[in-house]
Design a protein around this ligand. Structure first.
Ligand code: MG
Length: 327
């Protein structure tokens, strides 16, 4: 069935859409009340709150879909501050002409990703606007940061190493392939990193700064951390991990993996003496098998890359467009 403006009118059709698609998949005791606001038990520590909107096109791609992205992206942002993710809201802006089967697949994927990430979807909204079958999703995430956990882009220090949890560019290359109609085996890495981050925290690794390597890519994320922490970050080009498929894709199209977005990778800046145990933890957690140390933090400013030929290149944040609508 195609969505029409009737599904957005707030009456019987809206109620049917909510109960037969969204409530069915997101089912949990807090949501089940269908009240005007969800009541959530307070926890100790500080509340972490983040929001993100997802407008990716196409809605489904190799390795993921807009629903998996909308859950993983927001959960990962909570994790990057050391929070334990708990709750999500999900708001859908649905264009007329969208098939209800499409919405069902998206909701099913969101529910599965939420289960994996350890969060409940406790509040939601749907709106219908005239259009041609696009779907936009906003998710807001709530988590709790235990006392004593301080992870911030401003806390990187000279003597830290930069740990990257896996290969660069996968999500970006998968989407670009889909848009350009290029047949290959590249899959998006969209994934919630809950297990990885919680394993690092519970092992007592002193995480100074963490970021998920999303839109803007590694170059942008590291430039922001170097600036916020007033440090210099030195990268080794040879150490940057990429799958052979993404590497040749980049070579073919002249793309730099430094500015390609991922959706299931993080960087963690932590004391050099903890690099070995941290690597072991990340490599043995889901989505971390290709983790490696890619650089070091020193006194100074900005980001530099030691190239394969031994030259030194300054790396700035992404300037201009990049690839639009990758998340
Ligand atoms: Mg982020």
């Amino acid at each position: 069935m195609k969505i029409t403006l009737a599904e957005g009118a707030g009456g019987v059709s809206t109620a049917r859409l909510i109960s037969e698609v969204f409530a069915k998949h997101f089912e949990n005791p807090i949501l089940a009340g269908m009240e005007d606001a969800a009541l959530l038990p307070a926890e100790s520590g500080r509340i972490a709150l983040t929001t993100d909107s997802f407008v990716v096109t196409p809605l489904f791609f190799r390795g993921g879909d807009i629903g998996r992205l909308a859950v993983a992206g927001t959960v990962n942002d909570l994790l990057m501050r050391g929070a334990t993710p708990r709750y999500l809201t999900a708001a859908f802006i649905i264009e007329t002409g969208t098939d209800t089967d499409t919405l069902d697949r998206i909701a099913c994927s969101m529910a599965a990703t939420a289960r994996e990430a350890g969060v409940l979807i406790v509040a939601g909204d749907t709106k219908v606007v005239e259009g041609s079958g696009q779907v936009f999703i906003n998710t807001t995430g709530v988590g709790f940061v235990p006392d004593g956990v301080e992870v911030s882009a401003s806390r990187a220090q000279a003597g830290d190493v930069v740990l990257l949890s896996g290969t660069l560019g996968d999500h970006h290359a998968a989407l670009l392939s889909a848009r350009m109609g290029i047949e290959n085996q590249i899959e998006s890495d969209a994934a919630p990193l809950t297990a990885m981050v919680q394993a690092l925290l519970s092992a007592g690794i002193h995480l100074h700064a963490m970021r998920d390597v999303t839109r803007g890519g590694l170059g942008t994320v590291l430039a922001e951390i170097a600036e916020a922490s007033s440090v210099q970050i030195e990268l080794e080009e040879d150490a940057l991990p990429m799958t052979p498929a993404v590497k040749s894709f980049c070579g073919l199209l002249g793309l730099s993996p430094l500015y390609m977005g991922n959706e299931g990778k993080l960087i963690a800046l932590l004391p050099a003496e903890e690099a070995e145990p941290a690597l072991e933890i990340v490599r043995s957690s889901p989505y971390g098998e290709n983790a490696t140390v890619i650089g070091t933090v020193t006194a100074g400013e900005g980001v530099t890359l030691r190239t394969a030929l031994g030259g030194i290149r300054r790396i700035g944040p992404l300037v201009g467009e990049g690839l639009p609508r990758i998340c």
